[in-house]
Design a protein around this ligand. Structure first.
Ligand code: BGC
Length: 897
């Protein structure tokens, strides 16, 4: 019997170096095929680097996730090595690997570094943060200093952050592979700092140098649509850096950012997130981050006080490059332009092999997601230039390759202007994919290649839009943390990747901005880069409650509920204007079922479902969730209050919107699906009637096309499955006629589009000025793919008990979903062989599964690997309605040829 512990982790950290929690909770996973194995105790062993003794703690419990830190709290910079073993059913596991955990700077007093800025005069924002739309910030700047180490170094840590985004080097070497650090944050609330182990970069008993290059990034770069603004949080680039060196003799020395530092412009002329980076090789200054470099011509920095209380260790992983892609094709456009095609719409930048060329010769790379009429289509980028420029020096460059480091683009195609050679060698270009480096936790594979491509597209859109914060899109002059988008996508996101830490940071910032607004509403997007005053908006504002809830369901970590509780209550109790029935007040602006395909291209909020109705469905939903949140947190009186509110609101909702027979006033896919999914029909008979009507709408009116936007899309599949109409949804999912999920796939999409028809069938781009080819919201259908095709869903928060109940259909002959749950890997894999359905299930140790296959009786099984077989009769496929005299029959909507 195999049984192993792996993936020992602290809180939600992928790497636990420089964490902000003095008593980090510990979790581990199991793998192996141990049958019916349940943990009954664990032993945690802790070895602190400051002590030679080992502490061991044994606890009798089945808990293996988020167990309390058993020892005394870590102090700033304390390091420990931790391992775990467990026992159960008379079996002991072996010890896990040792995992290291190290605290960051936990107390404000630990920070000795001052903020350093350039001395150059710049236009200061007029009096306060967030008001300057005209002045341009400084160009990227190099900061450096040297220092002597006069003894043997034992270890060294660099604690560092910036106003702007930075890259740090010590003695000519980069300190890490992090990109765009410290990421994006609500700067007036918190400034994340990074901790790097730089022990191996320093030289003992010698002169050393530290260098930091800083560019505007989100801090003072241009952000927002309609031209946006610069200098939203400040007008000057700055660094806060604290290098702590521990010598072998126990002495500690700290090299801080202070007046001893100097600064100079470098070769990076401009670096804007939206517009791109310009780099002039001729302006390279040599080994500027090494000792011995002549910095006599450099200027002294200004030192500034800063509020060290804002400095905070991040809860999520950093942004990194996780993959590179080669050029697939070089295209010559009808107008003669040379275009590199990387074959995949991605987020990142291009690394290029520097060609020979005359001094001052500029190579320009314009990045776009799609081609239109064979040319790079820049219109969807609106005012983002997405152009990187490399200016050659006329000499043989010191480096072979160049890549921008302070910008990113959403692109598949790159228009290459000014390439100095006639022939383009495709191997001289590489696309570098970047995103927050979360652990991938899922995979999906079925017998239908188009469905598999759809799933890959969803993953690519998640990667591209999880760059520090969850954004709407990664390419145009927007890229903002829109609340409604992540609200729609959170259940899917939490299955695809471990995004708990990253979203925890984002939610904390959202709550801060909500509180500062003072009216209970969160901003439309966070960070609120455009200072748009918060106003109540259902679905978007509901993210305050639904996103933490979805994270809790996925992880079982209730601490996200307690830390967001004030924000949740503020929204539900104070943010939402109510009428006499406690429903949404009569006159509110709502985006509601945003991007319903029936809405005109320039009015995406004008869908077919009444906005107020949609808002009220969600209001009842969040009230139900609040009742459950209060139960989990032990606020039983409040739980009763919200349950009571939800019952009376259901009555009010029904009398306003539901007919006695079960019609709903907006006769639309979204309205009925929401009614079913959120259990808003007062009687079973009404719900049955509504379900029949929904089937009619889907078959007759839509001919299996989708007719939902942000509100209906994530739930319509679940709603249909819950009323026994899974096969109907399969036909919608397999439909390739627009609007549908597979239409973009049939058009060659490699990411999820913002609109169902971001590209029209004739290859032209949707005329709407808001047309991205990388938006994850419509990818929320993956939640149904996991839960119904794969059949995996949790029966309690955190996947300790889960269900395996795949529902084959859609002419699939096999499907497989794997999920790295908080306990270990679950698998549900089924295939049809002749008239038999064979299901293979893997249940990780310390968990239980309820397996439901067809009409068989549910079986509860413990850990292990199982094969189930049952007789298979292919489910009846809902047929297309007969064409009416005025309606030509469509081609087969599933045809992808
Ligand atoms: C964004 C959306 C967002 C919407 C709300 C758009 O510009 O891209 O995804 O939710 O605005 O108005």
């Amino acid at each position: 019997m195999a049984l192993h512990i792996f993936d020992l982790s602290f809180e939600h950290h992928r790497d636990a170096l420089g964490i902000g929690q003095p008593s980090p909770r510990i979790s581990w996973k199991y793998d192996g095929d141990a049958q019916d194995w349940v943990q009954d105790s664990y032993t945690i062993e802790i070895r602190r680097s400051s002590s030679t003794s080992t502490e061991a703690y044994t606890v009798q419990t089945a808990d293996s996730t988020f167990v309390p830190w058993p020892s005394r709290p870590l102090e700033s910079g304390d390091e420990a090595s931790v391992r775990v073993r467990a026992s159960g059913s008379g079996v002991h596991t072996s010890w896990s690997e040792h995992r290291r955990v190290e605290a960051g700077l936990l107390r404000v007093e630990d920070w000795k570094a001052t903020l350093i800025e350039t001395s150059a005069e710049v236009h200061a924002p007029h009096g306060h943060v967030g008001s300057d739309s005209t002045s341009k910030p400084e160009s990227p700047t190099l900061f450096r200093r040297t220092f002597l180490t006069n003894r043997t170094i034992l270890k060294a840590r660099l604690y560092i952050t910036a106003h702007g985004i930075y890259e740090a080097e010590i003695n000519g070497a980069k300190v890490s592979d992090h990109l765009l650090s410290p990421g994006w944050t609500v700067y007036q609330h918190e400034l994340p700092y990074q901790t790097y182990d730089v022990s191996n970069l320093l030289q003992s008993g010698a002169e050393n140098a530290i260098g930091v290059e800083v560019a505007e990034g989100w801090y003072c770069g241009r952000l927002g649509f309609e031209g946006g603004r610069h200098n939203i949080w400040g007008a000057k680039l700055g660094v806060i850096s604290q290098l702590v060196i521990t010598y072998e003799d126990g002495k500690v020395e700290t090299i801080c950012s202070d007046a001893a530092w100097k600064h100079s412009p470098g070769p990076t002329l401009d670096a804007s997130l939206y517009d791109g980076e310009s780099y002039d090789i001729a302006r390279e200054v040599g080994q500027w981050s090494s000792p011995g470099f002549d910095d006599r011509g450099w200027s002294a920095v200004c030192t500034k006080k800063h509020d060290a209380r804002l400095l905070r260790a991040p809860d999520g992983p950093p942004i990194r490059s996780t993959e590179t892609l080669p050029v697939l094709n070089i295209i010559k456009s009808p107008s003669g332009k040379k275009i590199l095609d990387f074959g995949q719409n991605l987020v990142g930048h291009v690394r290029i092999k520097i060609p020979e060329g005359g001094k001052g010769h500029a190579i320009r790379l314009v990045h776009t997601e799609v081609l239109e009429h064979g040319e790079c289509a820049t219109r969807p980028l609106r005012k983002a230039k997405a152009t990187d420029t490399l200016i050659l020096s006329g000499k043989t460059p010191s480096a072979q390759w160049w890549e921008p480091r302070f910008t990113f683009h959403g692109f598949r195609y790159v228009e290459l202007n000014g390439w100095p050679q006639l022939e383009i060698d495709p191997t001289h270009f590489v696309a570098v994919v970047i995103h927050t480096d979360m652990k991938k936790t899922s995979s999906f594979e079925s017998s239908n290649p188009y469905l598999n491509r759809l799933y890959q597209n969803i993953i690519w859109s998640m990667r591209g839009n999880f760059v520090g914060i969850p954004t709407d899109c990664p390419q145009r002059d927007e890229r903002l943390g829109w609340t409604g988008d992540i609200q729609a996508f959170a259940p899917t996101a939490a299955f695809l990747y471990d995004c708990q830490g990253m979203l925890k940071n984002w939610l904390r910032n959202l709550a801060f901005e909500q509180k500062s607004g003072g009216n209970g509403s969160p901003p439309l997007f966070s960070p609120n880069a455009m200072s748009i005053p918060a106003f109540p908006l259902a679905i978007w504002g509901d993210a305050t409650i639904l996103v933490p809830w979805d994270l809790y369901l996925a992880s079982g970590d209730a601490s996200i509920l307690s830390s967001q509780f004030e924000s949740m209550q503020d929204w539900i109790d104070h943010g939402i204007p109510r009428n006499a029935q406690n429903l949404w007040g009569p006159t509110t602006i709502q985006l509601a079922d945003w991007l319903d395909p029936i809405a005109p291209a320039d009015r995406p909020g004008n869908g077919s479902t009444e906005a107020q109705l949609v808002a009220n469905c969600f209001l009842i939903r969040i009230t139900d969730v609040m009742a459950q949140v209060c139960q989990v947190l032990g606020h039983h009186e409040k739980a009763k209050l919200y349950s009571g509110q939800s019952s009376s609101m259901r009555i009010a909702f029904a009398s306003e919107y539901i007919t006695p027979n079960g019609r709903i006033t907006s006769d639309s896919q979204t309205a009925i699906a929401l009614g079913i999914h959120f259990k808003l029909f007062p009687t079973q008979a009404q719900q049955n009637h509504a379900a029949e009507r929904l089937e009619e709408l889907v078959r007759q009116r839509s001919r299996f096309k989708i007719a939902t936007g942000f509100a209906g899309t994530p739930i319509i599949g679940h709603a249909l499955s819950s009323v026994g109409k899974t096969q109907l949804f399969y036909r919608m999912l397999m439909n390739a006629k627009s609007p549908s999920w597979l239409y973009p796939v049939s058009m060659g999409a490699t990411t999820m589009w913002e609109r169902w028809d971001s590209m029209l069938p004739d290859g032209s781009i949707n005329p709407g000025e808001m047309t991205s080819f990388n938006h994850y919201a419509l990818g929320s259908v993956a939640d149904w793919m996991h839960a119904v095709i794969g059949g995996l869903s949790t029966l309690e928060p955190g996947w300790k008990r889960f269900r395996v109940a795949p529902q084959p259909g859609g002419r699939l002959t096999s499907a497989r979903v794997d999920f790295q749950s908080p306990y270990g890997k679950l698998t549900s894999s089924w295939r049809v062989e002749k008239d038999e359905l064979i299901l293979e299930v893997a249940v990780p140790p310390n968990t239980t599964a309820v397996v439901l296959l067809g009409l068989e009786v549910p079986q509860t099984v413990g850990s292990g690997k199982y094969t189930f077989r049952t007789k298979y009769v292919e489910p009846e496929r809902p047929s297309l309605p007969a064409p009416t005299p005025f309606m030509a029959e469509d081609d087969d909507p599933e045809s992808l040829t």
